[in-house]
Design a protein around this ligand. Structure first.
Ligand code: GAL
Length: 678
């Protein structure tokens, strides 16, 4: 990020994807009037407009976009102008059928939807840079344009292509990684196994469908390549835009949400001028507010602690899950303000006006099919007023003393086939640890294993770090040595960056700092549980995972109460250097995990941001002159919370305590408080 390329919008931006090209122009005037009523300040335009902007190769029609941008400017609405490169037109594929992607099973996919192109296609890259360049040249000085929205959700539909062009690009990437040394690759991939040794670079293919389990390192390098390949498309477009318009910041919308794992966003984030994210709820998630909080904290961390933009979420039901549930009363407002609480300085929706036609005709929008005579429109108006009332929150940050280690390499590796258990899901394991902290109102950052400056934190948690390289493991051990508290989850440190098992006992890279030695893994079958005994709540159990562990310096805090590992340590605590390292060698039930994590946190001297009632989310944003205490009632009971200052959403002074309405939100401007645990 450079200081010159920041978004020049005051307060909290408000808006959504705006697709006026899908409507007759008479409708646009109504759009402007209603955007004005709702308090919309910025919209994303042109995301899927390639076919209209470039009717045939190199022939442009900017007339409609000219009118749209002029209209927005006349109405005081900023444009987040997209490059339309997620949707190459049909004429492009007729000229370049080789740019269509091929899936793992060898099927060529057809155009007629979106994001159906091979990321390594030269023809695609050339065409994408051409339209990006033409847009940049035409609109660099247009007063409406506040930001570039490069492409859309890279990797959403085409993170992997298995065609011969992708194979060649993969080999080029591998040659660079392994210094052109094929033997180095053979050793890293362990290709003496199953006769996989390669004698010629040309023999290497993408991990296409095979008869039995794939080579794990081959798969892992492939995922790294796929992320890098799309990143190179992003940076190429960004550079074209920068050359023409050096003053306009560029973003691309990430997909940090529940099950999307295709991109290594630690590598992407530094390339963006402004980090932005899309977040949708899973209808089957009974506590999706936890996912909003976790993802918000992760996005803020990707942004280096600086504010970020929520580029897309929904006012109501979406259209791409088996059953698309509507939001419950008040949920839309709670969702949006929770994103703000976790660092968003902009709230936007997919999309402004609900579509009549096309694959997303049943997706909610800010202006629903029913028009302004609708609950959603009332909520949209209310939210606009809320965001105006929160304008001064813009630019503030967050004061975390706890960090959770997050790593896409570890995630990809742990979820490869042929693991000790196929029941392990990285994001679920991290969320299990995140949830009790979030419920207790403890601020959390996310970090990479090798993050510098860990001494900013008192407590570092590594719930699920199956893969870690030496630098990461050393970094975390040094944090403990210098006085920090580290807690590590089971099956962490198991393999190195090449997915090779770390020999000499489990949990490989962390044996020494944790003061334990494991010699055999005992994953549990689905539904199987085991009792725990020791310093854990009465009736404590665990599931998913156990291992035969002995102490080599640590103390046992809990042991297995039954089964083949009865009496074996399950939770340990080790004084190491001037700090403490905990190992949770199993997956305790939620109450037990919450109790253990509370003890770890209290011993580390980390306090919640505020004492709150159960069910009320509490998040603190720290401004230059004040703190902003967000109180969000997810339980629907309402609460009276001690506070002093001003409640910004109502503008009322707060003396002694503030009322959080049932299912509602309060945001209190307070005098700056000592950082938690500080
Ligand atoms: C996003 C996408 C939008 C829209 C939305 C629907 O993934 O960026 O264009 O399709 O989903 O939920």
């Amino acid at each position: 990020m450079t200081t010159e390329r920041r978004l020049r919008l005051a307060g909290i931006a408000y808006g959504g994807d705006y697709n006026p090209e899908q409507w007759p122009e008479e409708v646009w005037a109504e759009d402007m009037a209603l955007m004005g009523e709702a308090g919309v300040t910025m919209v994303s335009v042109g995301i899927f407009s390639w076919a209209l902007l470039e009717p045939s190769e190199g022939v442009y029609d900017f007339s409609r976009m000219d009118r749209i941008l002029d209209l927005l400017h006349e109405n005081g609405i900023a444009a987040d102008l997209a490059t339309p490169t997620a949707c190459p037109p049909a004429w492009f594929f007729r000229a370049h059928p080789e740019a269509l992607p091929i899936d793992r099973d060898g099927r060529t996919l057809s155009y007629g939807s979106r994001q159906t192109f091979c990321p390594s296609s030269r023809a695609y890259r050339t065409a994408a840079l051409r339209i990006a360049g033409a847009l940049a040249e035409r609109y660099a000085d247009h007063p409406a344009v506040a930001m570039w929205h490069v492409h859309n959700e890279y990797g959403c539909h085409n993170a992997e292509c298995f065609c011969d062009t992708s194979a060649a690009a993969f080999r080029t990437w591998l040659k660079a990684k392994y210094g052109n040394d094929l033997n180095a690759l053979n050793h890293a991939w362990g290709t003496t196994f199953w006769s996989q040794w390669y004698y010629d670079w040309e023999e290497i293919l993408p991990p296409r469908a095979t008869g039995a389990d794939p080579n794990p390192t081959h798969r892992l390098d492939w995922r790294r390549f796929c992320s890098d390949e799309l990143l190179s498309l992003f940076t190429a477009e960004r550079d074209v835009l920068r050359r023409a318009a050096p003053h306009i910041p560029a973003t691309t919308n990430f997909m940090v949400m529940h099950n999307f794992d295709a991109m290594d966003y630690w590598r992407w984030a530094p390339e963006l001028d402004i980090v932005s994210n899309d977040h949708y709820l899973l209808a089957t998630d009974p506590e999706s507010e936890t996912d909003i909080a976790l993802c918000g904290d992760l996005v803020r961390s990707l942004a280096g602690g600086r504010p970020w933009l929520l580029m897309e979420h929904s006012t109501g039901a979406i259209n791409w899950q088996p059953v698309n549930r509507a939001k419950t009363p008040g949920e839309m407002r709670r969702n949006a303000l929770a994103h703000v609480a976790h660092g968003a300085d902009g709230i936007a929706y997919f999309q402004w006006r609900a579509a009549k036609a096309g694959a997303e005709q049943w997706h909610s929008a800010m202006l629903p099919h029913a028009g302004t005579d609708s609950q959603i429109w009332q909520d949209v108006m209310q939210l606009g007023a809320d965001l105006r009332a929160l304008a001064e929150v813009g630019g503030s940050t967050s004061p975390a003393k706890v960090a959770i280690v997050w790593d896409w390499n570890a995630r990809w590796a742990m979820e490869l086939p042929s693991q000790p258990s196929s029941e392990l899901r990285f994001q679920d394991l991290v969320r299990d640890w995140y949830t009790p902290l979030w419920k207790a109102g403890v601020a959390v950052d996310f970090i990479r294993p090798d993050s510098p400056d860990l001494d900013r934190y008192r407590l570092v948690l590594a719930p699920s770090l199956y893969l870690v390289d030496d630098a990461g493991a050393t970094n975390l051990a040094a944090f403990v040595e210098h006085g920090g508290t580290l807690a590590v989850g089971f099956h962490s440190g198991a393999v190195d960056e090449n997915c090779h098992v770390r020999l000499g006992g489990y949990p490989g890279a962390f044996r020494k700092v944790l003061g334990v030695h494991g010699d055999e893994l005992f994953p549990l079958l689905p539904g199987q549980t085991v009792g725990l005994a020791g310093q854990v709540p009465q009736g404590a159990t665990a599931d998913l995972w156990t291992e035969r562990l002995r102490l080599t310096g640590a103390d046992a805090v809990a042991t297995y109460a039954e089964g083949p590992l009865a009496g074996v340590p399950a939770i340990t605590r080790h004084a190491y250097g001037s700090g403490t390292a905990w190992y949770l060698a199993t997956h305790p039930d939620p109450t037990t995990l919450a109790t253990v994590l509370e003890r770890i946190r209290e011993e580390a001297g980390v306090r919640p941001e505020h004492d709150v009632a159960a069910g009320v989310e509490v998040v603190r944003r720290r401004g230059a002159e004040a703190d902003y205490l967000f109180l969000i009632d997810h339980a629907g009971h309402g609460a009276e919370i001690p506070a002093e200052g001003v409640e910004l959403l109502t503008g009322k002074p707060v003396v002694g305590s503030v009322t959080v309405p049932e299912g509602g939100v309060a945001v209190v401007r307070e005098a700056t408080r000592e950082p938690s645990g500080g």
